[in-house]
Design a protein around this ligand. Sequence first.
Ligand SMILES: [Zn+2]
Length: 246
Amino acid sequence: MERARLHQVQRTLPGEIANAEAALAASQVRVAEASDGLAREESLRTRLDREVQGHRQKAARYRAQQDAVTTPAQAEAIEHEVRFAETEIQRLEDEEFASLERTEIYEAALGAARAQVEESAITLEKTRQRIALCQTELTQQQADLEVQRATLRQGIEPEWLTRFDRLAASRGTGIARVDNQQCTGCRMGVRPQVWNQLREGELLPCDSCGRLLYWDPAMAPAPKAPQTESATSDGRAVRKPRQAGT
Ligand SMILES: [Zn+2]
C-alpha cells in the first residue's frame, strides 16, 4: 500500500516541472512578441523619415522655381505642388507620432515580459530542485520499504507468500484487518470460530474475498468483562500462521 502510494507521488512530480516550463515558455513568447513589435515600428519610422525627407526636398525645389515663374497658371501649379508636399509631410509625421506611441506600449510590455521570464526561470529552477529532493527522498523511502519487505518475506512461509502475492495482484491488497467480526476488505462477517482463532493471533483467509485476515489488539476496544473462553496463557502472542483451511 505504501509502495503504491510512493509510486503514485513519483508519477505526479514530472508534471510540476512541465507546468513551470510552460509558464517560462509563455513569458518568453511575450518577450519575443514585444521585441518584434518594437523592430516593426522602428523600420516603419525609418521608412516614414525617408518619405518626409523626399517631400521636403521637392517642396524646396518648387519654392526655388517660384522666383522664375512667368505666368499666374505656372505660379498656381507650383503653389499646388508645395501645398501637396506640406500636407504629405504633415500626414507622415502624424503616422510617426502614432508609431512612437505604439513603441511606448511595446516597451512597457517588453519590460513586464522580461521580468516575468526572470521570475518564471527562478520558479522553474526552484521547482526542479524541490522535485529532485523529493525524488531522492522517495527513492530512499522505496529502498527502505524494499529492505523491510524482503526481511519480512524471509520470515514468512513460501506458500503464504504465493497466496498473498496472488491476492495483492487481483484485489490491490492481500491482507485485511478483521474488526468487530468483520473483514475490513470486503465488509463480510467472519465465522465465530475464525474470529476466535484470529484473536489468538492466527492469520486466516476471509471466506468471502480471500484476503488474509489479521487481528490487531491495539485497534480493538478494551474488553468490558474478563473473558472466560479460550484464554490460554500464550493466546496473545502473534504466532507463525498455521496452515489455512483447517
Ligand atoms: Zn473479506
